[in-house]
Write a protein that binds this ligand. Structure first.
Ligand code: NAG
Ligand code: NAG
Ligand code: NAG
Ligand code: NAG
Ligand code: NAG
Ligand code: NAG
Ligand code: NAG
Length: 417
């Protein structure tokens, strides 16, 4: 018997599922949401949590939202960014901003990628831009990673031809050099590994590896030192879990090109794929919580059945980084929900959604219940699972008619559409 325990402020649901394991499962529930301000948005990018504060890049508002997670409200909008450029009704992401962001905890600074090859430095005590670092290119500065010991920040320039990664010394805010990716179409997330003390970059596709690769960098010689090929992935977001395990999300292009859908975990010390997580694809940003040992994938462009041409099935997927299996999914949207961040201190997970704004979910541990839960225990019926998200034994959301019925019937305050 697998039990799934969720609680909201107004409602206690104890949900029982038929399952083989006999374990009490943890699960996420909706906590609250913060409306976008000053304007609703149609284009956000990356997000991150630091010291209980959530930061989200928003191109329409031309700034970074600052949300106090404990206070459940927005406290600032860091302004001074390029904003969203459009031409003939099409968003021009290659020159817009803000885009990727990274916190430099030992400096209490947020680096934010912006249009016109600029990285803006935000002082996290004043929430103001205190410096601009010019990379010397006309297209946007995008995603970043940081090594706090050496003070090195790497930032992708995905729209340069060819794409490049610029290396910045945070101490003197200068660009020390660039790594050029001659055969890559674009670049995605970089990540720093504490064990190997090396930066890695997600490369969606190259002439040699059309399904993508993970590239290891030497940031003193500005060379690619490792090429770890991927098969049928076309990766986007990456994040390190424990040791040298890299969680790799694959993009919607994976589904549309190869008619498959999976995420994967690579051991970067060997380049071997140690796990494939079937059914989770179409993600952009991913996150890891070292406290709960969970990965989060913003699978906003996932498709039903993992099939080419399949109907949209935008969802947030929570993956247990110990067993590399899906713990839970819930529906999101295929517009703003390509961003996900987690607070490792509180386990709160944050996803921007068109309908509800900046939306926060809370991890509820079954073991935190004083009484063991049982199928004959408290609260309501299994049909109420649909109110949060329909699940199978793996807690994987599946869009269905019963989902809609469940939502209407129970009116649980889930706002994930
Ligand atoms: C999250 O859950 C914990 C434990 O149940 C609770 O103490 C905390 O208030 C919750 N936070 C929010 C934002 O709902
Ligand atoms: C907008 O579309 C018109 C007509 O197709 C074209 O002439 C023009 O160059 C386009 N402008 C931009 C900025 O792409
Ligand atoms: C973040 O928390 C650390 C540890 O408590 C503290 O030293 C630092 O000043 C805080 N930074 C900000 C911007 O609040
Ligand atoms: C950063 O650049 C913007 C213009 O893009 C400018 O308004 C601002 O004053 C600059 N900030 C600093 C600290 O130089
Ligand atoms: C680039 O990709 C092509 C295949 O499209 C390959 O023949 C060529 O060797 C690659 N060049 C480099 C520098 O990797
Ligand atoms: C993850 O899986 C491991 C091994 O199966 C299990 O012990 C652990 O409780 C799971 N974590 C969560 C948060 O469910
Ligand atoms: C923002 O969007 C929400 C959800 O669609 C809507 O209820 C609200 O009225 C909008 N606010 C503004 C200022 O347009």
């Amino acid at each position: 018997m697998m039990l799934d325990y969720r609680r909201t402020k107004n409602l206690l649901l104890t949900l029982a599922f038929a399952g083989p394991s006999g374990v009490l499962a943890d699960s996420y529930k909706l906590a609250y949401s913060v409306p976008f301000a000053p304007k609703n948005t149609t284009s956000v990018d990356q997000s991150i949590v630091y010291n209980g504060t959530y930061y989200l890049s928003d191109r329409v508002n031309g700034g970074v939202h600052v949300v106090n997670l404990a206070g459940e409200k927005q406290t600032h909008l860091v302004s001074g960014f390029a904003g969203l450029f459009t031409a003939n009704g099409t968003n021009e992401y290659d020159i817009s901003g803000p885009n990727g962001l990274v916190v430099l905890p030992n400096r209490n600074e947020l680096y934010v990628g912006d249009g016109a090859g600029t990285v803006r430095v935000v002082d996290l005590f004043t929430n103001e831009i205190t410096a601009n670092i010019s990379i010397g290119v006309s297209t946007r500065a995008d995603e970043m990673a940081y090594d706090s010991k050496t003070g090195i920040v790497v930032v992708t320039l995905p729209n340069e031809k060819p794409p490049q990664v610029a290396v910045i010394s945070a101490k003197d805010r200068t660009v020390t050099g660039k790594v050029t990716f001659h055969n890559a179409s674009e670049l995605e997330q970089p990540a720093f590994n504490e064990l190997s003390r090396k930066f890695y970059v997600s490369v969606p596709s190259t002439g040699t590896n059309p399904g993508g690769e993970i590239a290891g960098l030497d940031v003193s010689t500005f060379q690619v030192t490792d090429i770890l090929p991927l098969s049928e992935c076309v990766p986007a977001g990456i994040v390190f879990g424990a040791d040298q395990n890299l969680f790799i999300s694959c993009s919607q292009t994976q589904i549309e090109t190869y008619d498959v859908a999976f995420s994967q975990v690579m051991d970067v010390s060997t380049g071997k794929i140690v796990a494939k997580i079937s059914g989770v694809a179409g993600s952009d940003q991913v996150a890891y919580d070292p406290n709960s040992k969970l990965y989060f994938a913003s699978a906003y462009q996932n498709q039903v059945g993992g099939k080419k041409g399949g109907a949209p099935m935008p969802e947030l997927a929570v993956i247990n980084a110990t067993s590399n299996t899906i713990m839970q999914t819930w529906p999101t949207d295929n517009k703003l929900a390509h961003s996900v961040a987690v607070d490792a201190k509180t386990n709160l997970v944050v996803v921007p959604l068109v309908k509800s704004g900046i939306t926060v979910y809370n991890l509820t541990t079954a073991s935190s219940s004083s009484k063991p839960l049982s199928s004959s225990g408290t609260a309501s019926t299994t049909s109420s699972t649909a109110a949060v998200h329909t699940t199978n034994a793996a807690n994987h959301w599946v869009p269905s008619a019963s989902l809609v019925v469940g939502v209407l019937a129970l009116a649980v305050p889930f706002i994930g559409y």
